[in-house]
Ligand binder design. Structure first.
Ligand code: PEP
Ligand code: MG
Length: 579
């Protein structure tokens, strides 16, 4: 029995004090294990109470609390933005928000409300900010983008006045296990693996943002962990992101990543099965620091460069020069020695639903995940956006040339051969030599024969493909079981795609989170997938598993999984056979 197991068993009784008889169970979302104290991420604040009315003799004193509270919030945001090593765009957002906190117009309006009407100060700030939010939203365009920032500042000042924790991830003073109901992408922009040792959420499935973020940071995560609400601030816990458990451990347990649970740390050379079948093991990245991690683990290239991050904090479309420079900076850490051009597969903007791109000002839709999102935003037949896509394509070509990498480009959310053909024509016109599309919509598989004839390669986004196949929101914790990439129905769909692709010898990659699971990677290779792309931290374990088996074993694992009655049975049968 390992020390770790001993600790977990010892912890069993203590975990009981948190409302259960042993470790809490959730969905394993990012492999590895770590021990650290719980830091709770506060829930978003609701509306503060409108009463009781402040008596006349206390109004001056209550009104006078507002300015210092706002100054405190401003100072905290400045301190957050001044931390060494912070990305400049994140720092700029924090500085701009700090100035909003002390905006005299906001403070004067709130103070007058307390003095004149006896409104409690927290409520007065809330109401004063509501006026600003409405005015900004009505102004539209760039001004409307600032409405969310005012709401964030408002909530921080309200929290300060009420003496409750500010919303969002608090500044982490040391190594911590973050426990939240769920984490939004903006909450997590400043997380670092040195302090955010592990993530635990009560909601969310294996393809939620928390899961993707944790894998990209290389920290363990458990999502959809129902009992996590009962974990108190400061409690020492061990998070096992491979098993999907969270256990309270004795207070003297050493804090930090459990390296024994981490497995190999690099990808050993070009990956082949033991009988020489080649499989590209490549990385999912979104920014330069991911590219550095990809290079550090020995990834062979990039199978998915998510380009939305460059645009996330942009209120207006970045200039072509800024886009080109941004992509070059993201790709540069991957450039190999002269003459060996590393492959980078970039995905064009995947705006909408779970990925907001503010400058596109996308009109609200009742069902955003089924709406004008992904490539549909730019498709001439739907809603062409005045050259935004063409400028991005040109910037990607220029950025790749500047960085000295070989570029492939693919479009997200393609459903038909016609959409694929229109995208390919535009990408070629922009000078992209290798053009593909993502397979994320079941119709694309059923129409694969015609679609594959249009493209140089396809890459399967299993996160979205699963969500659309099962009609189950990928962000829903309650539906995590349906969004399980081991679902035999999903694997049968992939089997059909690979069979079609074999006929036309079109390469099929997988760049959804399915490729991050070493056991599932074996199945994918057996189905005929030619490249596996996942967060850099997941790649060494995936590469090691593929390199240890021959192709027939992978094919056997695929047959086993395809024949299984459900996801759990598929996972269990493959694990039993391939280990
Ligand atoms: C996917 O859908 O599987 C995918 C890789 O894209 P994203 O997670 O960015 O939607
Ligand atoms: Mg997707």
């Amino acid at each position: 029995m390992s020390t770790t197991e001993t600790r977990e068993q010892q912890a069993g009784t203590q975990a009981g004090t948190q409302g259960g008889d042993g470790p809490l169970h959730g969905t394993p979302a990012s492999r590895g294990a770590a021990v650290g104290p719980v830091v709770r991420v506060p829930e978003p604040l609701g509306e503060p109470a409108a009463g009781p009315e402040v008596p006349a003799e206390r109004r001056e004193a209550e009104a006078a609390r507002i300015a210092p509270a706002a100054a405190e919030v401003g100072a905290r945001l400045v301190a957050l933005g001044s931390r060494p090593g912070l990305a400049p765009d994140v720092a700029n957002v924090l500085f701009a928000t700090s100035m909003m906190a002390e905006d005299p117009a906001l403070l004067d309006a709130a103070t007058a409300q307390v003095r004149e009407h006896g409104t409690p100060p927290a409520r007065a700030v809330y109401e004063a900010a509501a006026g600003f939010v409405a005015a900004l939203q009505a102004a539209g365009g760039y001004m409307a983008e600032r409405a969310g920032d005012v709401a964030d500042v408002r909530d921080r000042i309200v929290a300060e006045l009420l003496g409750v924790p500010a919303p969002g991830v608090p500044p982490l003073d040391g190594p911590s296990v973050l426990v939240a109901r769920d984490l939004a992408p903006a909450d997590t922009a400043t997380l670092e693996p040195a302090t955010a040792l592990a993530l635990v959420t009560e909601e969310g499935g294996p393809t939620s943002h928390t899961a993707i973020l944790a894998r990209s940071l290389g920290v363990p995560a458990v999502v959809g962990c129902r009992g996590a609400a009962g974990l108190d601030e400061g409690t020492l816990v061990r998070v096992d992101g491979t098993a999907g458990t969270v256990a309270v451990v004795p207070a003297d347990t050493p804090v930090g990543a459990d390296l024994a649970a981490a497995g190999p740390s690099t990808v050993a050379g070009p990956v082949t099965t033991t009988d020489g079948h080649r499989v590209a093991v490549v990385a999912n990245i979104a920014e330069a620091k991911d590219a550095e991690r990809a290079a550090a683990v020995g990834a062979e290239g990039v199978g998915l460069l998510r380009t939305e991050l460059t645009f996330l904090s942009a209120a207006t479309e970045p200039t072509p020069e800024d886009q080109r420079a941004g992509y070059a900076a993201t790709m540069a850490p991957l450039a190999g020695p002269a003459g060996s051009r590393v492959l980078v597969t970039a995905r064009t903007l995947d705006a909408g639903a779970d990925k907001p791109v503010p400058f596109l000002h996308m009109p609200p839709e009742p069902n955003p995940a089924l709406g004008v999102r992904g490539q549909r935003v730019f498709d001439q037949d739907v809603a062409d956006r005045d050259g935004v896509l063409d400028r991005q394509l040109a910037a990607l070509v220029g950025g790749a040339a500047d960085a000295g990498v070989r570029l492939k480009v693919m479009a997200p959310m393609i459903a038909t051969a016609g959409e694929a053909a229109r995208f390919v024509a535009r990408a070629r016109a922009a000078g992209v030599e290798e053009v593909g599309v993502m397979i994320e919509v079941p119709a694309a598989v059923l129409g694969a024969r015609e679609l594959l004839a249009e493209v140089d390669f396809v890459s399967v986004g299993t996160n979205d493909l699963t969500q659309y196949l099962f009609a189950a929101d990928r962000q829903s914790g309650a539906l995590a079981g349906l969004n399980d990439p081991w679902q035999p129905a999903l694997l049968r769909l992939l089997d059909q795609l690979c069979r079609e692709a074999a006929v036309s010898a079109t390469p099929v990659g997988v760049c959804g989170e399915a490729a991050a699971d070493p056991d599932l990677a074996v199945v994918l290779v057996g189905l005929g997938v030619t490249s596996l792309s996942a967060s850099p931290a997941a790649l060494p374990a995936v590469a090691a598993r593929i390199a240890a088996l021959d192709l027939d074993t992978c094919r056997g694992a695929a047959s086993t999984a395809l024949a299984a009655p459900d996801a759990d049975a598929a996972r269990a049968a493959v694990r039993a056979a391939a280990t």
